[in-house]
Design a protein around this ligand. Structure first.
Ligand SMILES: Nc1nc2c(c(=O)[nH]1)N[C@H]1C(S)=C(S)[C@@H](COP(=O)(O)O)O[C@H]1N2
Ligand SMILES: [Mo]
Length: 309
């Protein structure tokens, strides 16, 4: 898992485009989070410390990551989110944190970010549809936020909800899914250090089509677990509703750990197509837990992953 890029150069060394943080991310760097965050007017160039959790796989390009998306609130075509999310208002933004927490409330995103250390995490992303990417996220562990609000003793799961705002999210006019989009994790999954809330990618604020201003990233699970544009986080005692699981429980489990040995009823999950690879590149073998087994397999000790798919 350690970074060892062939060239020894990181993307931030070679990108011709200066990487900027937005106002809210800049405030988060006040804690000394990012090495070399240099104040420059309203923005700061960032050079994030390498993370031992980052993959050394080559990241996809910014163009690939921002032009091929699943974000059904803006339509079901891969091009829809880039084309139709431009007018989504993401500032101001707040997250309602409720349920079994010691300090429930409506938290402004600025206040959430003030207390966290932003890091770059280069993660593999594997969609249940069998395409994959490598994304250099900027974010912080979800556990840092949950620790701050105080997880109640009875809490066993964490539920997440996406914004419901049909006037800015044209896909919500259609009953394709039971809006708002919802997801959930078991508490131990939510507290795992690989699980992050991401506020940006490629050193910049999160593009709307990727889930601005803040989205979940759980790299060992199919992409649909990584819910975008979060407005509510609820600690619960019982397993919460998750949108794709609710839509078709036979095809999409609550756990949805990446697993090449458990096929989707309509297609194999044994291999994947890396977005951006040439036509001649061929498919790659899909890895159990998307390659994060050393870190997360112990969470599922004693569970039958063919039943808890
Ligand atoms: N709210 C919401 N979150 C969502 C989705 C969605 O449609 N709505 N799509 C999911 C799916 S299927 C995938 S593969 C990833 C895609 O993330 P990306 O577009 O940043 O690559 O977002 C996930 N999060
Ligand atoms: Mo997906």
């Amino acid at each position: 898992m350690r970074r060892s890029r062939r060239s020894g150069l990181r993307w931030s060394d070679v990108t011709p485009k200066a990487a900027f943080l937005n106002r809210r991310q800049l405030m988060a760097t006040a804690g000394g989070a990012l090495i070399g965050a240099v104040a420059g007017g309203a923005n700061a160039r960032i050079v994030a410390a390498p993370s031992p959790y980052s993959t050394d796989a080559e990241p996809n390009t910014l163009a690939e990551i921002t032009s091929y998306n699943n974000f059904y609130e803006f339509g079901t075509d891969k091009e829809d989110p880039a084309a139709k999310s431009g007018s989504l208002v993401t500032d101001p933004w707040s997250i309602e944190i409720d349920g079994l927490v010691d300090r429930p409330g409506s938290y402004a995103l600025e206040d959430i970010l003030k207390g966290v250390v932003l890091e770059e995490r280069i993660y593999r992303l594997r969609c249940v549809e069998t395409w994959s990417m490598v994304v250099p996220w900027i974010g912080f562990p979800l556990s840092a936020l949950l620790d701050r609000v105080g997880v109640g003793a009875a809490a066993r799961f964490v539920a997440f909800e996406t914004l419901y705002r049909p006037e800015q999210m044209p896909g919500q006019a259609y009953p394709i899914l039971d809006w708002p989009y919802r997801e959930g994790l078991r508490l131990d999954e939510a507290m795992h250090p690989l699980t992050i809330l991401a506020t940006g990618l490629y050193g910049e604020e999160m593009p709307n089509q990727n889930g601005a201003p803040i989205r979940l990233v759980v790299p060992w699970k199919y992409g649909f677990k990584s819910i975008k544009s979060i407005v509510r986080i609820t600690l619960t005692e019982t397993q919460p509703v998750a949108t794709w699981n609710q839509t078709n429980p036979h095809e999409y489990g609550f756990y949805s750990n990446v697993n090449p040995n458990v096929d989707h009823p309509r297609w194999s999950q044994a291999s994947e197509r890396r977005i951006g690879d040439g036509l001649l590149a061929g498919r790659q073998d899909t890895l159990l837990f998307n390659g994060y087994g050393d870190e997360v397999a112990s969470l599922y000790a004693g569970q039958d992953l063919t039943k808890d798919y």
